[in-house]
Design a protein around this ligand. Structure first.
Ligand code: IYR
Length: 233
């Protein structure tokens, strides 16, 4: 059986058993061509808040989730669950609960400094994307491992691991031609209730996926230049 065909089960205390890794080395000319093209393509990604209700190829979304699930993770514990919500009734429940929280947030809970920081983005408590987009991916962190008999085991670097996976998810969706948004209603506890997730899971983000609406606009953002974000020593 090839290593990839093995079914994963949580590992713990087992011996180190390395296997050979010999990927073909890419010529540097090819690396440079790919990195330049990827950089341009990634710079085209925009966070979209106005979605068409047109359906998306569902397998492309599943493939993007599979890409996200290749992320590195603390102790290879893969502490994530992705809930793909297609049911319009469930999306409606999520929207109603999210908007209730967001109204409290925008009506003062965020505080003045935070509201000022959000102003150039044009966000508000209305979250139409939660019902307009044909699919939502709700990313959950598994804060600890919970065995079938209730046994708990510590997970390491959960925030980092799930953050990396979420970034890979956004990349995969974008490169597959799909638009997305990282929505972080706060507090997010209602997502566990609506989606019936177990006690070891905590919502990390809601990612609506779809196509931009015909009248979609985005804020006129400028990204930091490479000079501003890169320090070479
Ligand atoms: N969660 C709120 C507020 C919000 C916060 C940040 I930081 C943003 O970059 C955008 C929005 C909302 O979803 O509107």
């Amino acid at each position: 059986m090839s290593p990839t065909a093995l079914q994963w089960t949580p590992t713990h205390g087992e011996p180190y058993r390395p296997v050979a890794y010999r990927p073909a080395r890419m010529p540097s000319s090819e690396s440079l061509a790919r990195s330049a093209a990827l950089r341009t393509r990634m710079d085209e990604r925009r966070t979209v808040r106005a979605f068409s209700s047109d359906p998306v190829p569902e397998q492309a979304v599943r493939d993007a989730i599979a890409c996200a699930a290749t992320a590195p993770s603390g102790a290879h514990q893969q502490p994530w669950t992705f809930v793909l919500v297609k049911d319009p009734a469930v999306r409606q429940r999520i929207r109603a609960a999210a908007e209730q929280e967001e109204r409290t947030s925008y009506d003062g809970r965020l505080g003045d400094e935070w509201l000022q920081a959000l102003r150039p983005l044009g966000t508000d408590a209305v979250k139409a994307h939660l019902t307009d987009a044909p699919a939502l991916i709700v990313v959950f962190q598994q804060r600890y491992w919970l065995g079938p008999d209730g046994t708990k085991r510590k997970h390491y670097y959960v925030d980092e691991s799930v953050g990396i996976a979420a970034g890979m998810l956004l990349t995969a969706l974008h490169l597959s031609g799909l638009a997305a948004l990282v929505h972080t209603p706060s507090p997010m506890r209602f997502l566990s209730q609506v989606l019936g997730r177990p006690q070891n899971e905590k919502a990390f983000a809601v990612i609506p996926v779809g196509y931009p609406s015909d009248d979609c606009t985005v804020p006129n953002l400028v990204r930091k230049s490479l000079d501003q974000v890169l320090v070479e020593v």
